[in-house]
Ligand binder design. Structure first.
Ligand SMILES: NC(=O)c1ccc[n+]([C@@H]2O[C@H](COP(=O)([O-])OP(=O)(O)OC[C@H]3O[C@@H](n4cnc5c(N)ncnc54)[C@H](OP(=O)(O)O)[C@@H]3O)[C@@H](O)[C@H]2O)c1
Length: 238
């Protein structure tokens, strides 16, 4: 079966968490999905309308080359691009190495700029489509031990806002979804996470539902930003 016969949604970071939930939601809604994953061996999703490509978003040069190669294999232009993959390195600034700082900025910001830059002409040529970013509440306000993570998310939000202005006349919509605490493996390596009670975090499926709203909005309306978080956000130290 040709997995690209259905409208194609390209999503980065489909191996877990929010990206995985987004991929499932889009598949359920009749799209085909191309997942961009760091390790081709670790993607749990199996579906006839899903395929994946390996791209390490920590290396900007590799990203540009890989996305060009992948773009050349597409049998149809994407209906949507969801720049979702991301990592957290949370510590006081002087505890972060230069390698940590580059990694966070490359994965959370620069790689998304490059992926978008390579694919944007495909959207402009068809005169439609959605480019969506997974931002964060950390794109809205800074916080202790979040200097570089917040900087990466503020950067992607500024990029999204500017791109929206650039692309509107071409029929291309740009949106950013800013979640608060979401219960995902994002916190596995961090020294804190959402509180243990179910209500202390939202579910990745709720962020995926926000993506569906963005993509299914009337074509001449654009949802600029969606901010969503648990009603009462509770964090715990591990
Ligand atoms: N969880 C939250 O509370 C929360 C809140 C606000 C915003 N966010 C944002 O939501 C997005 C998704 O995070 P999540 O919560 O779903 O966490 P997650 O489950 O850890 O997912 C992160 C995804 O990014 C991928 N990724 C990491 N480094 C990569 C690299 N170098 N190259 C390619 N892919 C890479 C991961 O792939 P591997 O599994 O292969 O490493 C994984 O698929 C991130 O942008 C995060 O900043 C999360």
């Amino acid at each position: 079966m040709n997995v690209e016969a259905k409208p194609l949604v390209v999503i980065s970071g489909t191996s877990s968490g929010i990206g995985l939930a987004m991929a499932r939601e889009m598949l359920e809604r009749g799209h085909s999905v191309l997942g961009l994953v760091k390790n081709a061996g670790t993607d749990p999703l199996r579906h006839p309308d899903y395929r994946r490509e390996q791209v390490d978003l920590s290396d900007p040069d590799e990203v540009q080359e890989r996305i060009r190669e992948i773009a050349a294999t597409l049998e149809q232009p994407p209906r949507a691009l969801v720049n979702n993959a991301g990592i957290g390195r949370m510590a006081n600034l002087e505890q972060l190495s230069l390698a940590d700082i580059k990694l966070v900025m490359n994965v959370n910001f620069l790689s998304h700029v490059i992926v978008t830059r390579v694919l944007l002409p495909l959207f402009k040529r068809q005169g439609r489509g959605d480019i969506v970013f997974t931002g964060s509440e950390s794109a809205l306000r800074g916080g202790r031990q979040g200097s570089i993570y917040c900087a990466s998310k503020f950067a992607i939000r500024g990029f999204a806002q500017s791109l929206r202005e650039e692309c509107g006349k071409s029929g291309v919509r740009v949106s950013i979804i800013n979640p608060g605490a979401v219960r995902t493996p994002f916190f596995d390596e961090l020294h804190f996470g959402p509180g243990e009670a179910e209500d202390n975090a939202i579910a990745p499926e709720e962020v995926a539902a926000a993506l569906a709203m963005v993509i299914e909005a009337r074509p001449s309306a654009v949802l600029h930003e969606i901010n969503l978080s648990p009603l009462v956000e509770v964090w715990r130290r591990k």
